[in-house]
Design a protein around this ligand. Structure first.
Ligand SMILES: Cc1ncc(COP(=O)(O)O)c(C=O)c1O
Length: 407
């Protein structure tokens, strides 16, 4: 037991941070055996290429020897950045030289670095509403005020984005630093920005002289034909887009490798900031990632992941259509790992109900309020279909439906 009261030592930042609902939840759920969890966006371990990764890890240490185990450049190992740029130019049509790339410790650290590099307290960031809760957290930690733009089946409503910017006073407009978007198979809704809106978003960014921060973990996991999978960075003529992605959903999140691509001046600034955050991201897993790219391991995981997650999504949607009451609405994700649901029943509060869901119904989700930047969304929840088995998806959806009806 602590004798001291440590709270007087805490910084304002540490004092202001609330526990991440997902992180807390994962701990509770792990401890309780029979809970069916639709909470975290956790990749199905069935897709981890264990054997190939074991071989690669051995080869990397044998081939690169001490270099793979040594400190390395803050920006990331040059050879790794070269491999990454080739990967991104063939898979995503992104023009990239090693100077445009920085390797990060997952894309969460890219979000944190972007926030530290671009945001001063009182600055404004515009996001989709709902948006990824840990991006919202990273921007808030840096002191940003967030303005949300509603989404529909074609992603962020860019006409509303334009209206909001137009309606701002010149002083407020000057505070806006960037538009943050997850354009393809968004977290938490699974919707995608249409081709017209991507173009429109870039036009708006240009007109108001804003940067665009594009977070793209899910364009590799699109299940439908006909979805525009072009990343905004590939359309970026004015070099306004900072693009980030990760191997977390297409190889293994435990390797903690992500990347940020942008104009070299800006990347250089991010590099200076990163020096004092973690010196560099893990050298060994950088080499492993590059080797997995070169040997086609990532492409093979993606090839298996798409039908795998598509089947799970289909099953979850089908079960929801059978069991969820008519006063619920849920997104029809075209990819990614999530479905977002609203329950239109008076006083329904998914956050307050979560302990009941876990204790009495043995099912877990992430309350939707944390994905909203405007305090709304208490009646919503994010449910993920990636990790549970088929049987758990059916049983878990039945339990959720019961919770909703009986609440
Ligand atoms: C939109 C989005 N951005 C960033 C991340 C962070 O991913 P990681 O740090 O594992 O690369 C996630 C993880 O779920 C995500 O959904």
């Amino acid at each position: 037991m602590s004798v001291l009261d440590y709270s007087r030592y805490y910084s304002n930042l540490a004092r202001s941070i609330k526990a991440s609902e997902i992180r807390e939840l994962l701990a509770i759920i792990k401890a309780k055996k029979n809970v069916i969890s639709f909470a975290g966006g956790i990749p199905d371990p069935e897709l981890f290429p264990r054997k190939e990764l074991a071989e690669i890890a051995r080869d990397v240490i044998e081939i690169y020897g001490d270099e793979a185990l040594q400190y390395s450049e803050t920006k990331g190992v040059r050879e790794v950045r070269e491999t990454l740029c080739k990967f991104l130019s063939t898979r995503k049509s992104i023009k990239c030289e090693p100077e445009n790339a920085i390797i990060t410790t997952g894309s969460q650290s890219a979000l944190d670095l972007v926030a530290r590099t671009l945001i001063d307290p009182g600055n404004v960031v515009i996001t989709e509403n709902p948006s990824y809760l840990a991006a919202i957290g990273a921007f808030k930690n840096a002191g940003a005020r967030l303005i949300g733009v509603d989404i529909d089946d074609s992603g962020m409503k860019t006409s509303i984005l334009e209206e909001k910017l137009r309606a701002m006073s010149p002083d407020e407009r000057r505070r806006v630093k960037f538009i943050y978007t997850i354009p393809i198979a968004q977290n938490p809704s699974g919707v995608s920005l249409s081709a017209e809106r991507k173009k429109h978003l870039l036009e708006i960014a240009s007109q108001y002289d804003l940067l665009v921060v594009e977070d793209d973990p899910y364009s590799y996991l699109v299940f439908e034909e006909g979805v525009d999978k072009t990343v905004i960075k590939a359309l970026d003529r004015e070099n306004r887009v900072l693009y980030m992605s990760t191997i977390s959903k297409i190889l293994a999140p435990g390797l903690r490798i992500g990347w940020l691509i942008g104009p070299d001046d800006l990347i250089r600034r991010v590099e200076l900031v990163k020096q004092y955050v973690d010196l560099h991201s893990p050298t060994l897993t950088q080499y492993i990632t590059a080797e997995a790219m070169k040997r086609g391991v990532i492409d093979r995981v993606i090839g298996r992941a798409i039908p795998h997650y598509r089947a799970k999504r289909d099953l979850m949607l089908k079960t929801m259509s059978e069991y969820f009451p008519e006063y619920t609405w849920y997104s029809k994700p075209i990819g990614g790992l999530f479905i977002f649901t609203y329950v239109y029943k008076s006083n329904f509060d998914a956050g307050k109900l979560l302990p009941v869901a876990i204790e009495k119904y043995s099912v877990a989700y992430v309350p939707g309020g944390s994905f909203h930047v405007d305090g709304k969304g208490a009646n919503s929840m994010r449910i993920s279909f990636s990790y549970p088995t088929y049987e758990q998806i059916i049983e878990g959806v039945k339990r959720l439906a019961e919770l909703i009806r009986e609440s």
